[in-house]
Design a protein around this ligand. Structure first.
Ligand code: WQD
Length: 381
């Protein structure tokens, strides 16, 4: 893929999605955004342009609105209309989906329906419109409790830990199966055409990249874009940010009896801007592969390759805020595994991508965003 192509970003008003839209526009791509706005206060369906997209325009100093559709991926007719209206869509970056681990256990049918059935509908419509390039938001959670740290991409994908995690595992299998089947379909078609002495005009093959995010964190360095979770955050970084801004009293550290250096879980935190740039790198990789006739499905870890414990993070974020943030230690949280640290070598070499931002930048950027926007996108500018 090269700049000037139009990319559909599903979930483009969400945390990773919106930063990805910005990276794409900054790299010269055209973007169409689909989002049902279920997970953001960038909300207000009555407004024409969601706040996250307005902030992107503000950052780019442009009056030009990003084409936006308030649509559910489960609504196939609406998807068809978007592809009809934008015949130049060359690829899809698919970030839309439900993503709360805790909630997924209570609402399995919604998670399977929206994440899996919704994605299947999207893939069907893409196939119908001959758009067969996909970058998919997967997650490190597909590795479950991995046998080896740092985790390479060929580690088994199991995700017995949560319903949410299983939706990602199933979707990886679905996308891989689709890529394999499309190569067979292409071979059969070419055989048929050759037998008829007709020209081979169509290409049914899919090219998909699954990006297994580790823990995206931080915010855009401008302080005008960031994560805007609804209600009480369940993830560490947005929770800490709410403690810092005074909306929550103290952090509860879930367990200090893990087999790690300080007893708390280790994660691989990744600056959201690095994560967003990983999507652009994936599109470019698809373009390079196509030019050499390479099709199929690949998975890459998007992580910094650096393990950081919960207490490391409390210290790093306290430093950015300039005071010690209060915390208590409680029991383990169900489903947490001791260590998820990426081996990002494959992404470094094949995607020409690496996480370049430091933990301190991540914390400073998050704090700038939270301080300037104590109520997220509802904060008046
Ligand atoms: C990080 C660490 C907690 C909150 C999940 C999903 C993953 C991805 C990101 C994507 C853990 C500890 C947390 C708190 C704590 N989701 N913690 N107190 O669980 O690594 O990953 O979010 O859409 O797929 O599984 O991230 O930020 O929730 O937790 O002590 O209040 O912080 O136990 O060790 P996690 P997290």
């Amino acid at each position: 893929m090269s700049p000037k192509n139009t990319i559909l970003v599903t979930g483009g008003c969400g945390y990773v999605g919106s930063h990805t839209v910005l990276s794409l526009l900054q790299s010269g791509y055209k973007v169409v955004v689909l989002d049902n706005l279920s997970n953001t206060s960038s909300n207000a369906k009555e407004t024409v342009i969601p706040e996250a997209l307005k902030r992107i325009q503000q950052l780019l100093s442009t009056e030009e609105a990003i084409p936006f559709y308030a649509v559910d991926i489960i609504d196939k007719d609406a998807l068809v209309k978007i592809f009809e209206a934008h015949r130049d869509i060359a690829a899809v970056i698919h970030c839309a989906g439900l993503k709360s681990v805790g909630e997924s256990g209570r609402r399995p049918l919604d998670y399977y329906n929206i994440n899996i059935a919704g994605t299947i509908k999207l893939l069907q419509v893409m196939d119908d419109f001959d758009v067969r390039r996909l970058v998919f938001s997967s997650s490190a959670t597909v590795y479950g409790d991995p046998p080896k740290i740092p985790i390479p991409e060929d580690s088994p994908i199991v995700a017995s830990m949560s319903t949410y995690g299983r939706t990602k595992v199933f979707l990886e299998h679905i996308i891989r199966d689709l890529c394999i089947a499309s190569e067979v379909k292409q071979k059969d078609y070419e055989k048929e055409q050759n037998a008829k002495g007709a020209k081979v005009e169509k290409d049914y093959r899919w090219n998909a990249i699954m990006l297994r995010y580790f823990n995206p964190a931080g915010a855009h360095p401008s302080g005008i874009m960031g994560e805007d979770p609804q209600g009480i955050p369940s993830n560490l970084m947005p929770y800490l940010a709410q403690v810092a801004v005074g909306n929550l009293e103290k952090l509860t550290v879930f367990g200090q009896d893990y087999p790690t250096k300080d007893g708390t879980c280790i994660r691989d935190y990744l600056h959201v801007v690095d994560c967003a740039d990983g999507h652009v790198a994936a599109l470019e990789k698809i373009g390079r592969d196509e030019s050499t006739g390479e099709y199929g499905c690949k998975a890459y870890n998007l992580g910094a390759g650096m393990g950081c414990s919960v207490l490391d993070m409390v210290r790093a974020f306290s430093k950015a805020v300039g005071r010690d943030l209060p915390y208590v230690v409680s029991a383990r949280r169900l489903g947490d595994v001791p260590n998820l640290t990426a081996d990002p070598t494959l992404a470094n070499t094949e995607l020409n991508w690496r996480a370049v931002k430091t933990l301190d930048e991540m914390c400073e950027d998050l704090w700038r965003w939270q301080r300037n926007n104590p109520d997220g996108y509802r904060t008046r500018q």
